[in-house]
Design a binder for this molecule. Sequence first.
Ligand code: FAD
Length: 362
Amino acid sequence: MSSFIRSYEEILATIDTVDVVAYAQTRNHLSGAVSRLSPYLTRGVITLPMVRDRILGRVHAAAATKFIQELAWREYFQRVWWQQGDAIFTDMRAGVRSFAQEKVPLALMRGQTGILTIDQAIDNLYQTGYVHNHARMWIAGLATNLARAHWLPVSRWFYYHLIDGDIASNTLSFQWVAGTLTGKPYDFNQAIINACSPQTQSGTYLDIDRSELLNVPTPMILLEAEQPVLPVNLPTTEAIPDLTGQTVRLFHPFHLDPTWRVGEGVIDVLLIDPTHYERFPVSSRVLDFIIAQARSVLPEVRVHVGTFSSLPGVAQATVYTRAHPTVAALPLTLDQVPQLFPGVVGAYRSFSAFWRACERFI
Ligand SMILES: Cc1cc2nc3c(=O)[nH]c(=O)nc-3n(C[C@H](O)[C@H](O)[C@H](O)COP(=O)(O)OP(=O)(O)OC[C@H]3O[C@@H](n4cnc5c(N)ncnc54)[C@H](O)[C@@H]3O)c2cc1C
């Protein structure tokens, strides 16, 4: 059972222990004061404005700016997905660069790249489903900018294992690292890893000037590559009573907020739609996490493994859910996800432009 499963009260306590000052100073270090709230934000147990407002209830906005800016990255990526749709699964800036192949380096998938910090991060990924942001950047950077693998298959492999796997954040972060989002690939080297992780290593193939990352030959160890095999083992479905005439709170893997429409539904259903997982496969660990985390905050929830239309009597029920691109096409009432910056509208070409528009609302 994942050590990340929390009661709602424990999640609130986690928010209350975020040290925004230490966060701003240490967040890039693997042992820095990061919040580890991403599994609950991704799964929609809590929302971005709720986290921000709770933190601003105890610290001054100026001290919390860096943390709020990181929350804003999440909001930015969600907005880009809503605005651009499936275009996020293709290079956002076409022609910026080319890739050598469309597979994932085997050494990366095996956690045997020879770069100890990266191999440990991959071990963490397999053991816990969570990886620190900086290690995510190194994993993505090693694959796309040194092994020159296209970001899409690598991002699909990585997403498969993440309990906080968020389609927009993951896909667009990979594009950011590979340079197809901003035009500038992310470069790094062993010195940066050493400065930001508890261990140091020398004499590796990353002992180069960081500006050389995109030009040095791909090390032998990263050359062998494969398409990842990503099988999905769906959980068993539960019996759902006939919903005809009923009011249903419909939860989904990106919406598990127990404070939403409280008292309005007579039945709570968690929809696990197999067609979604055909397109976006996840591991059994991830599915187990979603269901256990749902049960932890929604004790009455019934898990329906099937399509929306296969819910008995659903066409004659009143069904509410929270909006998300993965449920946007369903014929039901979609509540908007509360935003950090509802006053900021329109499309922004870069996060910096978006953030400049947000700053006056802090
Ligand atoms: C290659 C790559 C893949 C990623 N895939 C995911 C993913 O699938 N799901 C996911 O939630 N995040 C993803 N991120 C973003 C980021 O790494 C995680 O949100 C963060 O590491 C989660 O840890 P935390 O909650 O301790 O973050 P904190 O640093 O404590 O930040 C608080 C919250 O702000 C948001 N946030 C912080 N940094 C980012 C960021 N760079 N981009 C988007 N949101 C951010 C998250 O919701 C996070 O929980 C990815 C980043 C990279 C580089």
